[in-house]
Design a protein around this ligand. Structure first.
Ligand code: ADP
Ligand code: MG
Length: 200
């Protein structure tokens, strides 16, 4: 892979969140407290504002710094979890990753999120998108296919009953709504793989 353009990745991710902040909030209003869109937008706009400084660092350090920043700025349950995802990715990724390294690092980062959240796929959370995306990476799927896998995985949280996070307080009433964190994860995945895929 040619060197990743981190500035472009940050801009694409922040745009995806900003463009969908209201929709994310609406999802969280249905089965949570309605702050997810604002939480994510706040964090990703701070990261966007410091994109130049992040991009000047080697990729592993940049991802760790972005993760730390997301923990500090996103808040809610999702801030520490997305923060963990990026920090763990930074710990495992190489400075110029090939697909194999990226896939392995992503898998370990997902394990770190699951450990932090005491959660696993099937509980109607961001993990229900992260895990199928990891499988798609392992299967050698293209950027466009991976983005579609992520969208479908977010949709697939609709019939699930939430077993983690605020939505789990609703029990069966959480059924029939998409998980907000799964949706934001799918938006981030599409933004990142499409940006990387453009130069493949
Ligand atoms: P809060 O629930 O504190 O208001 P957010 O609304 O920002 O935080 O984020 C909620 C999202 O976080 C959920 O939609 C879900 O995807 C994710 N989430 C919550 N708890 C967990 C957990 N234990 N493991 C994985 N993801 C979780
Ligand atoms: Mg919330």
């Amino acid at each position: 892979m040619a060197a990743l353009n981190l500035s472009r990745l940050i801009a694409a991710a922040a745009d995806a969140i900003a463009d969908n902040a209201e929709a994310l909030t609406a999802l969280d209003q249905a089965i949570g407290d309605g702050d997810h869109g604002l939480n994510m937008k706040r964090g990703f706009e701070v990261v966007r504002g410091e994109a130049e400084a992040f991009s000047a660092k080697p990729l592993p350090d940049a991802l760790k710094a972005i993760g730390t920043k997301l923990v500090m700025t996103v808040g809610g349950a999702s801030g520490p979890l997305f923060g963990t995802l990026f920090m763990a990715l930074g710990k495992e990724i190489s400075a110029d990753p090939d697909r194999t390294n990226l896939t392995t690092a992503f898998g370990k980062a997902i394990d770190a999120v699951a450990a932090r959240g005491k959660s696993q796929a099937g509980q109607k959370t961001m993990l229900d998108v992260l895990q199928p995306v990891h499988e798609a990476l392992l299967q050698g799927k293209t950027a466009a296919e991976i983005a579609d896998v992520a969208d479908r995985a977010a949709e697939a949280t609709i019939p699930m009953k939430a077993l983690r996070g605020r939505a789990s307080f609703l029990g069966d009433r959480s059924i029939g709504h998409m998980d907000a964190g799964a949706r934001s994860t799918a938006l981030l995945v599409r933004a990142v793989v499409e940006t990387i895929g453009e130069r493949a």
